[in-house]
Design a protein around this ligand. Structure first.
Ligand code: GLN
Length: 284
């Protein structure tokens, strides 16, 4: 039986009831199977697929209909200027987290370079790898409580030839070595564990540990704000991603715990998304 790239792309319509991005999803899945770009697919619609490719395509489309995110189906996701391997033990890196990277680079420039950075809850290693690539002379300490996540992060660093990241298994600051940092960044879980959004199909595939937190989503953010102080150098920066309705409270908490120059930033969708604060205290 012959089955062309064009016919496969037409099958995107069967995905329409399940996904708003049904065409893009289909192109990404098919592109993965034939190891070609989306542009190639469009220019070669008459080309036939092999039987193995057809079966793989149908299986993957079926997984998408069940709600599995495309990144998990194809096992990868782009972030910053590179591609990361992902699986269900790590959060799928979001474009809004690139804002954290952008601001981190700005902070590093304002410090005239950084010697040591920490990424708490590194997951796939997205933030740590972006910062390590942009600052090859800097040591990046990447912490995660999940050994499965660390395995993915290590693989990603290795695949991208990044050698200036030191990985630690542990919970937030407890995972850090006894050193002081120029910058601590984190995209911790911040969705309230009672939020009904967590039952959305797409989120069900992602590790709950990386998404949800107690105390209306503040428990891990609070822990990082309090405990980072012991690990920050004088005039260093703490940058945290957070949920759409958490900025006001976090700014108050940062101020209560002695941080200064506190800034709240919005993401590209104009949603409050991260806080940045300076730690001015003298070196401990
Ligand atoms: N931004 C993600 C979402 O809303 C959550 C990521 C996180 O909890 N750190 O789906």
């Amino acid at each position: 039986m012959c089955f062309s790239i064009g016919q496969a792309l037409n099958m995107s319509l069967t995905l329409k009831p399940y996904s708003e991005s049904y065409l893009l999803d289909t192109e990404m899945i098919l592109g993965f199977i034939v190891s070609k770009t989306r542009e190639y697919l469009r220019a070669h619609e008459d080309e036939n697929l092999t039987e193995i490719q057809i079966n793989q395509f149908k299986r993957m489309l079926c997984k998408r209909k069940q709600g599995m995110p495309v990144a998990y189906i194809v096992g990868k996701r782009c972030f910053w200027d590179f591609e990361l391997k992902v699986n269900e033990s790590v959060l799928i890196p979001r474009p809004e987290t690139e804002l954290l990277v952008e601001f981190a680079l700005k902070s590093i420039r304002s410090l005239n370079g950084a010697e040591r950075i920490a990424d708490l809850g590194t997951g796939s290693g997205a933030i740590a790898i972006a910062l390590a690539r942009e600052n090859p002379k800097c040591s990046v300490h990447a912490v995660d409580i999940s050994s499965d996540a660390l395995e993915i992060a290590r693989t990603n660093a290795r695949n991208l030839g990044v050698s200036n990241i030191i990985f630690h298994e542990g919970s937030w600051c407890d995972g850090l070595p006894d050193l002081n940092f120029d910058l601590i960044v984190a995209n911790p879980p911040y969705i309230s564990d009672s939020d009904s959004h967590l039952n959305e199909k797409s989120l069900l595939y992602e590790p709950r540990l990386a998404l949800a937190a107690k105390n209306l989503g503040y428990s891990e953010l609070n822990s990082i704000i309090q405990n980072s102080r012991k690990f920050l150098k004088k005039d260093s920066w703490l940058l945290l991603e957070h949920g759409y309705n958490q900025q006001k409270y976090l700014i108050k908490e940062l101020s209560r715990f002695g941080y200064s120059d506190i800034l709240g930033l919005k993401d590209y969708a104009d949603i409050d998304r991260m806080v940045a604060a300076r730690w001015e205290a003298i070196d401990s």
